[in-house]
Write a protein that binds this ligand. Structure first.
Ligand SMILES: Cc1ncc(COP(=O)(O)O)c(C=O)c1O
Length: 394
């Protein structure tokens, strides 16, 4: 795809888009342009250069807000989705009382980033850690709302599995959860979902990382509803987040600044806003391409003997395909694919509870973006067939 310079500079088939996406030229140009022409610490100086940096940063915030149908003050920048989830967990813990009567609901398919912050919060406070099961027969998650009761303080779950691409009907789950307990705080990990779908859920919080949607690394996004952002205690303290500081008492800046202590990655955020604009412009076309490529990949992979795909038995899947291959370890397969310049992921994908449920220690994972082509899939299949030949597996 011509918009992505890496494909001119490296002869690769890149099928690890769930790990991170490649960057279009407009994003790289914007990053470079910021450092060449606008670099100053945003929200700090009263001189023009710093004010320009602040304007660019706040314009970028508007782009992210518009993208997820939110107001600018509801968008907080962090360094990653992981930091965002940890920040929400810690801020909620500082603000609300959690005890052993309470429970927090997550799912067995969650990435460690949305598993550990809640597990550890429960360990510290004595609250019950409830994990919604993955049903091996249905290859689907059980109904999350069934795990919610009067004492559920938080339900935090992914909208799309980074292992199998399984998507959860977030809107339906939110409505069901609210019927059971209108006070449960609902937090969605949108990190995989956001590059393939539109977000329109009405969740209390959600998070994602810019680098998985064609932006830069080092930029995470939290959306939070005003009623929570106005109430919760900041997790980080320091520069930029204060209204006044005194020896005895300090007060905080308005939202969202009070959650952005210290210097944030303004250059990355500004460049990542270009990624969002680029993505929004192409969205419908991109989704069509990804869907067609996913179906093509499924067809070709299913034809390989000894290859077993996790899930993809129904329509609710994004373009992420995990599979196992009889008698070949995923790391060996990824290494042989690499000899063909085909980049695929192997391992537990930071989702060990899901792996354990599947009875596996690792899978091979192929994740597709709109810049991939049918020929990329053909090269992947050739590489897999070569691995079988090299390792003498029939
Ligand atoms: C579903 C999901 N959640 C959270 C994360 C964490 O994202 P990051 O490493 O950008 O913080 C990932 C990363 O792979 C993910 O796939």
């Amino acid at each position: 795809m011509d918009d992505f310079p890496i494909f001119k500079n490296r002869e690769i088939v890149y099928l690890d888009n769930a790990a991170t996406t490649q960057k279009p030229q407009v994003v790289i140009d914007k990053l470079r342009n910021f450092y060449e022409n606008n670099n100053a610490n945003a929200h700090r100086g009263v001189y023009k250069l710093s004010e320009d940096a602040t304007t660019l940063l706040e314009e970028a915030r508007k782009v992210f807000a518009g993208f997820v149908n939110a107001k600018k003050e509801n968008i907080i920048f962090t360094k990653s989705a992981t930091e965002g989830l940890n920040m929400i967990a810690n801020s909620l813990e500082k603000t609300f009382i959690f005890d052993k009567e309470d429970n927090i609901v997550v799912t067995e398919i969650d990435h460690h980033s949305n598993f550990l912050p809640w597990q550890q919060l429960c360990k510290r406070t004595g609250a019950e850690f409830r994990v919604v099961k993955y049903d091996l027969k249905k290859q689907d998650i059980e109904d999350i709302s069934r795990y919610v009761d009067d004492n559920t303080k938080i339900a935090a779950f992914t909208a799309m599995s980074n292992v199998s691409g399984l998507m959860i009907d977030v809107k339906e789950q939110i409505s069901k959860i609210r019927k059971k307990n209108k006070d449960t705080i609902i937090i969605i990990d949108a990190t995989q979902y956001v590059a393939h779908n539109k977000i329109d859920w009405g969740a209390d919080f959600f998070v994602f990382s810019a680098h998985k949607i064609y932006g830069t690394t080092g930029v995470g996004i939290i959306y939070g509803k005003t009623k929570f952002l106005e109430k919760i205690e900041p997790f980080n303290y320091g520069g930029n987040m204060i209204s006044s500081v005194d020896i005895k008492e300090s007060t905080w800046a308005d939202i969202p600044d009070r959650f952005e202590a210290g210097t944030i990655d303004a250059a990355g955020i500004i460049a990542s806003a270009e990624a969002i604009k680029y993505f929004q412009k192409g969205f419908y076309g991109f989704m069509k391409i990804e869907d067609a490529l996913k179906n093509y990949a499924l067809k070709r992979l299913r034809a390989i003997s000894g290859l077993r795909i996790i899930g993809h038995n129904t329509k609710g899947y994004g373009p992420v395909i995990s599979f196992t291959l009889d008698k070949i370890h995923p790391h060996d397969l990824a290494t042989i694919c690499d000899r063909h310049n085909v980049c695929i992921r192997s391992g537990h994908h930071c989702a060990q509870p899901f792996m354990k449920k599947l009875g596996l220690v690792a899978t091979s994972r192929v994740s597709i973006s709109f810049y991939n082509t049918a020929s990329d899939i053909d090269r992947l299949v050739d590489a897999i067939n070569d691995a079988k030949k090299v390792l003498k597996v029939r």
